[in-house]
Design a protein around this ligand. Structure first.
Ligand code: ATP
Length: 189
């Protein structure tokens, strides 16, 4: 099954994530996007404000009713989550030789060389990189990279968290996710 991994902190998931995933599905005829909330992302130590179970549940709510979007628990319970481990788990369920895709924003891709076993990551997947203004990157040699041109999505989890903490109105998250945030008083909402 033509699969892309889409990892993130998803703290919280927002419409930008969903728009990117939907665009990738139509552009590359993906059959499945696995949204994988990071257990405890090594790159964002201390920056996660909602517990894993909340972040996972919000991803699940955001994916509801979209059969090609799947919330994945592959990084549940991991002290540190490393993409290579997730990739190896997903790969184990694919046909031999099948291409595995990895959807990622240019800001995250620019740091690929800091990832654990990044060479193995590069050898294991084909990257679908969402370009973002101000985020240039030099793909490592041998990396298979296709670009999804910038969609100018002016939304990020951090701006959403800030707005919630200030009691401001929030757009850019699905209604079901916003309800969940308020019910559980996440991010100071
Ligand atoms: P934060 O604001 O907390 O840094 P974020 O909004 O970037 O969070 P993440 O969960 O860290 O959200 O992002 C997951 C993936 O989605 C990353 O690969 C990131 O580059 C990409 N992404 C997030 N928002 C956008 C956006 N507006 N445009 C393009 N890519 C995005």
């Amino acid at each position: 099954m033509k699969t892309a991994i889409f990892g993130g902190t998803f703290d919280p998931i927002h419409n930008g994530h969903l728009t990117i995933a939907r665009a990738a599905v139509s552009r590359w005829a993906l059959e499945r996007v696995l949204f994988v909330p990071a257990g405890r992302p090594p790159h964002k130590a201390g920056a996660t404000n909602a517990e894993y179970e909340h972040r996972y549940r919000m991803v699940e709510l955001a994916c509801a009713g979209q059969p090609d979007f799947e919330a994945s628990r592959l990084e549940a319970g991991t002290e540190n989550s490393y993409s290579i481990e997730t990739i190896e788990k997903v790969r184990a369920g694919l046909a031999p030789g099948e291409t595995l895709y990895f959807l990622i924003g240019a800001d995250a891709f620019a740091e690929i060389r800091t990832w654990r076993r990044w060479r193995d990551v590069v050898d294991s997947v084909e990257f679908l990189v969402v370009t973002r203004p101000g985020h240039e990157y030099e793909p490592p040699q041998g990396a298979r990279v296709q670009r999804l041109e910038d969609m100018r999505l002016d939304v990020s989890s951090s701006t959403i968290r800030r707005a919630l903490a200030l009691g401001k109105s929030v757009d850019g998250v699905p209604a079901s996710v916003l309800d969940y945030i308020r019910e559980n008083r996440l991010y100071g909402a």
